[in-house]
Design a protein around this ligand. Structure first.
Ligand SMILES: NC(=O)c1ccc[n+]([C@@H]2O[C@H](COP(=O)([O-])OP(=O)(O)OC[C@H]3O[C@@H](n4cnc5c(N)ncnc54)[C@H](OP(=O)(O)O)[C@@H]3O)[C@@H](O)[C@H]2O)c1
Length: 265
């Protein structure tokens, strides 16, 4: 049995992970802004943008359980629109939740993971961290930042038996699609391209994998003695990531552009 914290556990991937791990007998604490009403998952209301809230929450969990073994930094959302039209506030808020949230949670957890003799930090990245999606630049950037953070983190804390892993799922059917904040003040020349591009992405998400696929992948990571630094969820997405690595950067980016960027009408 491990003591496990999952951020963003009120819906989608986080909810599936929390329930799956709790069903396997782990003590699971789910963090989100809205209250979780699950039988086996202990829900705690907190916002990942508020470091003090997370610090107090993790201290409470450690006081109750006497240990914290695994932290799954999953909370996140998407925004879409051209870079030119994205407001400064929308870009900052996105980075605050998706990237700073991971930092806050990691910083709050590390002292307890060390006191527990070691543990695991699993950060929810995305295939979009590798294949940067036009008109979703800030989302892709937030996930690329998580990858770099995870690599540095792993080397800082592995001497204390703490491992880090960045998980890159492909499209998964969740509330993510309806929660995506769309820029409603798009610069006119981009409008049609943004609409088409985001439309392609939304279709992929609506026809995406079941969140349980991600839950099972995370469960395998929890069980592993040595986690990989990266793991991609979804067969075809693993292929995309490998191809992206092998192809010349300019060509790989051209292919992504052809799918999601669309030429001028
Ligand atoms: N769905 C996909 O295709 C896909 C693909 C790759 C990666 N991902 C990543 O997977 C993660 C989960 O996404 P999802 O698809 O499950 O979307 P979702 O259904 O919209 O779930 C997002 C979760 O994040 C929580 N959250 C958002 N802002 C928060 C904040 N400030 N503080 C605390 N919790 C917050 C939400 O809870 P509250 O609103 O209750 O706070 C919710 O539980 C995200 O990091 C996303 O980027 C998703």
């Amino acid at each position: 049995m491990n003591v496990i914290i999952v951020t963003g556990a009120s819906s989608g991937i986080g909810l599936a992970i929390a329930n799956y791990l709790a069903d396997k007998g782990h003590h699971v604490y789910g963090i989100s802004r809205t209250k979780i009403h699950e039988k086996l998952v202990k829900g705690i209301q907190a916002d990942v943008t508020d470091y003090e809230q997370l610090k107090n929450t993790y201290q409470d969990i450690f006081d109750i359980e006497g240990r914290i073994d695994v932290v799954i930094n999953n909370a996140g959302y998407g925004i879409s629109g051209s870079i030119e039209s994205t407001s400064l506030d929308d870009a900052k808020n996105l980075m605050d939740v998706n990237f700073m949230g991971v930092f806050h949670s990691t910083k709050a957890a590390l002292p307890y993971l060390r006191q527990s003799g070691g543990g695991k930090i699993i950060n929810m990245s995305s295939v979009a961290s590798r294949l940067a999606i036009p008109f979703q630049a800030f989302y892709s950037s937030s996930k690329a930042a998580i990858n770099a953070f995870t690599e540095a983190l792993h080397n800082e804390v592995s001497p204390y038996h703490i491992q880090a892993c960045a998980v890159m799922p492909g499209d998964i059917k969740t509330g993510f699609t309806k929660n995506r904040k769309k820029n409603l003040q798009e610069v006119a020349i981009y409008e049609k391209r943004v609409e088409k591009s985001v439309g392609v992405m939304e279709d992929d998400e609506r026809n995406g994998m079941d969140p349980e696929v991600a839950a099972k992948a995370i469960h395998r990571l929890v069980q592993k003695k040595h986690m990989p630094l990266y793991t991609t969820i979804g067969g075809k997405y693993r292929l995309f990531v490998v191809l992206h690595k092998l192809l010349p950067a300019r060509f790989a980016n051209f292919v992504v552009g052809a799918i999601y960027g669309f030429k001028k009408d």
